[in-house]
Write a protein of this length. Structure first.
Length: 417
């Protein structure tokens, strides 16, 4: 009996030892698996870190490889701008006086017609045009990045005077040197005197301007050329210049260009000019519309001018500069776009009249500042107004301008909310 009990006890002990060994083995195996997993995870983590470091090194290497010089970046920017244009587009690359802004000046009528009072006076002066425009005006015009003038006469020895027209203006081709001395960068030919001696004289005028390096808008050897904008690329921005004439409204001395005849671009019916503005808007950052319109010797702009201005803005114009009336007309804002309806005469005759320079400044952020610089034409000379005379011109311009526009004492034009 005791033996049997001892054997049973011994069996239990063996079973417990075996059970303990099995449990121990299981525990050891589990620990091994766990340790193996941690090792794999650690190895995997190390692999991921290594892979990330490799990718980062590759990215850094790629960045180093794509770092470009200023010349390469400039070439890329130029290529992007060039891609906007088509063969035959008139594109002028011009360096500005400052990288921070683009300064553009616009003046009204000047006359270089033989036998005209201004020209006779100029020819009698020892320094020519420098004795007709004051030193501060000449400095201003010459220092502008772009100076745009209205060429209200032909530069030609050819053609025949139009019959029945009261005033005909024609200067010798050599008179173009006056424009060069003033610093003219572009001319408008869209006016009612560009055709005074017919298509032959107009074509020679274009040839003379081309020879002097002065591009023109608003007229051409055919309608396609008359509708061509001129583009200036300055400080990485593209400025498109376009021009057309609403005048004459009741006669047809000045002919519009056709497919086979030289002439001007007209905007009495604005369809063609709206097309020109829209084309320029597609290729430009800014579009300047230079327009011949209004009623002569009238300081107050009229409803047809406002209507046209609205259409020009809708087509893409960013600034509108007007002329023709031989006197100043007021300022306006049309859907946020600055307008001066007429700059009047700038250096045109012997009369004493108020005039001025319209200035457009585009800063490096793309903002447009619109300015008016008061001047006076008197006795065949033009000078900048100062003091009370300057303020009187500004006050007058504010009186004849819309309620939306105001000129401050510095000449800055702003939109009134």
């Amino acid at each position: 009996m005791e033996k049997q009990e001892r054997e049973q006890t011994s069996g239990v002990h063996r079973f417990l030892r075996i059970l303990f060994v099995v449990i121990l083995a299981i525990v050891v195996f589990a620990i091994g698996i766990a340790l193996s997993g941690c090792g794999d995870s650690l190895a995997n983590s190390q692999d991921v870190v290594s892979d990330n470091q490799t990718e980062e090194a590759q990215v850094q290497g790629d960045i180093q490889q794509v770092e470009l010089t200023e010349e390469e970046l400039a070439a890329m920017a130029k290529a992007e701008i060039e891609a906007r244009f088509e063969e035959g587009d008139q594109v002028i690359w011009k360096e500005c006086a400052s990288e921070d802004e683009i300064v553009m000046d616009f003046i009204g009528d000047i006359c270089l017609s033989e036998g005209w009072r201004t020209v006779e006076y100029m020819d009698a002066q020892p320094n020519g045009i420098y004795d007709c425009l004051s030193p501060d005006i000449m400095s201003e015009l010459q220092s502008a990045d772009v100076l745009m003038i209205n060429n209200e006469y032909v530069l030609s020895t050819k053609g025949s005077p139009l019959e029945g027209k009261a005033y005909l203006f024609r200067g010798k081709p050599s008179r173009v040197q006056v424009l060069v001395d003033m610093g003219a960068d572009i001319a408008s030919l869209a006016n009612n005197h560009a055709y005074d001696y017919g298509p032959e004289a107009l074509v020679e005028t274009m040839e003379v301007l081309e020879g002097a390096g002065i591009p023109y808008v608003g007229a051409g050897r055919d309608i396609d050329e008359a509708m061509e904008p001129v583009y200036f690329v300055m400080n990485g921005k593209v400025i498109g210049f376009v021009s057309a004439t609403q005048i004459e409204r009741s006669t047809n001395y000045t002919k519009e260009a056709t497919e086979d005849r030289a002439g001007v671009l007209k905007t009495l019916n604005p369809d063609k000019f709206l097309q020109v503005i829209a084309e320029a808007e597609e290729k430009s950052d800014y579009v300047i519309a230079f327009v011949h319109w209004g009623t002569e010797n009238t300081n107050y702009y009229e409803g047809d001018q406002v209507s046209l201005a609205q259409q020009f803005v809708e087509a893409g114009a960013d600034v509108i500069i007007g002329g023709h009336t031989h006197c100043l007309q007021g300022m306006d804002y049309v859907d946020g776009v600055p307008v001066i309806y007429s700059l009047g005469n700038f250096w045109f005759n012997y009369k004493t009249i108020d005039t001025g320079i319209s200035q457009v400044v585009i800063d490096k952020d793309g903002n447009i500042a619109f300015r008016f610089i008061p001047c006076v034409q008197k006795n065949c000379e033009t000078y900048m107004a100062e003091g009370d005379e300057r303020q009187e011109i500004i006050d007058f311009m504010n009186r004849i301008s819309s309620d939306d526009a105001h000129i401050d004492e510095t000449g800055l034009v702003t939109q009134i909310p």
